[in-house]
Design a protein around this ligand. Structure first.
Ligand code: HEC
Ligand code: HEC
Ligand code: HEC
Length: 379
């Protein structure tokens, strides 16, 4: 199980500690012996993941179509050079401030890299599936199931909770200075949309629901935000309304009794409580037998919140952050339904909601409330 056993340890930390090798963290990551970190080339022989058939074309899909292959090259472009200059970092492709997410192998001591592991590979197999020779040699055993491989230390990205932990490590927790001073794109983690956007080198089971991935991803995002606030990472002026906004949306799903309906205080006790509640909500939601009816119920509950946008005791920025997460939610929930079950009139009000939520400084809560009421009527 790749997931952190202690939720307060960020998965990213687990991942890098697992690469670097201190024994305490390795136990948490399930990697008993880190060995050499291999590169994608070692997975790409034609009998393994480098074939052309449906069952073996993972390397082809990743190397030809996956954005992650260009993550290293990005660090050598002009935009990255400007960022590095503003941040006074030197060469981004050689600085762990950037390579931690764009080319994780750079952060591994050269002596620990296998001969075929290249920093230029960007975000490759090991970044998501885990490193470590505890499973690499044995994972091809024909008598092994997915559970055996996971027990041996491979990351469980098939389970939505493990998958969310893997992606969020690079898709949300960014040092705010990179965004404010370096003008790095702000990162918003949303597992379902980002999974759809990544060209799939796997087949999702027929029982997969985008809405479930959405919920698990948002709960994990909230856990990581709570952890950042608890550790004084993040710029409170920005981070607090984002945290409160996402917390509000997940509470209104009322999917998990661990989320109390009360607003959490923005202090150490509140962050700790939301951290624990969101981690357990994510785990439980990942194991739920999801259904389209549940997706429809969540859509209705969220659409019914329109009057809350008329509450003038809530600040504009917090209203805007609620709205931002809410439109993402409505979008992913609608997309999760089969076309025939999607309410025909819902798309137009959703488009208006998206444009109203676009810019936090000019957010107009009353207009948003009106469009959300129209969306509710369309359901
Ligand atoms: C080791 C860090 C890392 C991990 C783990 C990771 N990503 Fe990424 N991802 C990146 C970086 C860096 C980029 C930007 C690539 C570029 O354009 O330079 C990116 C870009 C993307 C993009 C395109 C931009 C966007 O946000 O729409 C998608 C989609 C994406 N990742 C999905 C995923 C998913 C899904 C997972 C988990 C299964 C995942 N990523 C795990 C680092 C990572
Ligand atoms: C926490 C992980 C993380 C760190 C650290 C990070 N990035 Fe990124 N970066 C990403 C992700 C994820 C994206 C994709 C965002 C998107 O498209 O929404 C991205 C996108 C970018 C882009 C835009 C790519 C494009 O398509 O134009 C540039 C440029 C970039 N990063 C450069 C840098 C530089 C330079 C540094 C170091 C100063 C850095 N990044 C540090 C995760 C990270
Ligand atoms: C950005 C994260 C990411 C990267 C990079 C990545 N994978 Fe995956 N991979 C996933 C996810 C998510 C799944 C779906 C979960 C599953 O089926 O186990 C998956 C599934 C798989 C599967 C199972 C396929 C199936 O249909 O059951 C194989 C095999 C695989 N990946 C191999 C690779 C190889 C080889 C590479 C490198 C060339 C690679 N992956 C790179 C995230 C990633």
């Amino acid at each position: 199980m790749s997931a952190p056993s202690k939720p307060e340890i960020s998965p990213r930390l687990i991942f890098f500690l697992a690469l670097l090798g201190p024994p305490g963290a390795l136990a948490a990551g399930g990697l008993e012996s880190p060995g050499l970190v291999s590169g994608p080339a070692s997975c790409s022989t034609s009998g393994c993941h480098g074939g052309a058939s449906e069952s073996s074309r993972q390397f082809a899909v990743w190397s030809q179509r996956d954005v992650h292959t260009r993550a290293y090259a990005t660090l050598t472009n002009a935009r990255s050079a400007r960022m590095a200059e503003a941040l006074q970092l030197g060469r981004p492709a050689e600085n762990s401030t950037c390579t931690a997410c764009h080319a994780p192998l750079q952060t591994v001591a050269p002596a620990l890299r296998a001969a075929d592991a290249h920093v230029e590979d960007g975000v490759a197999c090991a970044s998501c599936h885990g490193t470590g020779d505890s499973w690499l040699r044995s994972h091809t055993r024909p008598d092994w199931t997915h559970a055996d491989r996971v027990a041996a230390g491979m990351s469980d990205v098939r389970h939505l909770y493990g998958r969310a932990n893997s992606c969020v490590a690079c898709h949300q927790n960014i040092d705010p200075r990179l965004v404010t001073v370096g003008k790095h794109p702000a990162l918003i983690f949303e597992l379902d949309g980002q999974s759809v956007a990544e060209p799939k080198h796997w087949r999702e089971p027929a029982t997969a629901h985008g809405a479930q991935a959405w919920f698990v991803g948002q709960a994990v995002a909230l856990r990581e935000m709570s952890s950042a606030l608890a550790h004084d990472r993040g710029e409170p002026g920005q981070a607090l309304p984002r945290w409160a906004g996402l917390h509000w949306v997940l509470q209104h799903c009322a999917l998990d009794e661990n989320f109390s309906a009360a607003a959490a205080a923005p202090d150490a006790a509140g962050f700790a409580a939301v951290l624990a509640a969101s981690d357990s909500a994510a785990r439980r939601a990942a194991d739920l037998a999801w259904s389209h009816d549940l997706t429809k119920t969540l859509l209705k509950k969220l659409a019914a919140t329109h009057a809350a946008f008329l509450d003038s005791s809530i600040g504009r920025l917090e209203h805007a952050r609620r709205a931002e997460r809410l439109v993402l939610a409505l979008d992913r929930l609608l997309a999760s339904l089969p076309a025939a079950a999607r309410p025909a009139g819902a798309q137009a009000p959703l488009d208006s909601l998206f444009s109203l939520a676009q810019s936090a400084p000019d957010f107009a809560p009353a207009d948003f409330a009106r469009e959300l009421a129209a969306f509710e009527r369309a359901l």
